[in-house]
Design a protein around this ligand. Structure first.
Ligand SMILES: [Zn+2]
Length: 130
């Protein structure tokens, strides 16, 4: 079972219908941790505060997360923001292809890669659906 299926099964109320994760496998742990941490908040929310994860994808070399909206409660809002920013920060130093320490590389596309993956795929981007 791929990561997106696992996460949608684990957290069925947290995603909009038919979502998918659009990045390579190197960020699987970052995405799993993000979902675990955001679910701790999500399951405590009332229906009017609740939100859905609309997209998880790579954009401009980092993990990009879209929520349907943010709760108005400032404390909850700040907690969610912190979890998102931490995941984005992790993705900017983690190879999107293999998960090793990496850094952002420019080329045709901006992508976070380790030295090995950069040598293997210097200019190319291999989009893989999880
Ligand atoms: Zn790599």
């Amino acid at each position: 079972m791929c990561l997106s299926e696992q996460l949608f099964n684990l957290y069925p109320n947290m995603f909009i219908d038919l979502p998918y994760i659009e990045c390579d496998n190197g960020w699987n742990n970052i995405i799993s941790d993000f979902c675990y941490n955001i679910n701790i908040i999500h399951k405590q929310l009332t229906e009017d505060q609740s939100f859905k994860i609309e997209q998880l994808k790579e954009k401009f070399g980092v993990l990009t997360i879209y929520l349907s909206h943010y709760p108005e409660d400032k404390v909850i809002y700040n907690n969610i923001k912190e979890i998102i920013l931490n995941s984005v920060k992790q993705s900017s130093i983690t190879c999107e292809i293999c998960g090793a320490p990496g850094r952002l590389r420019t080329g045709i596309w901006i992508k976070c890669k380790c030295d090995n993956c950069y040598d293997k795929y210097p200019g190319s981007r291999k989009p893989l659906l999880l």
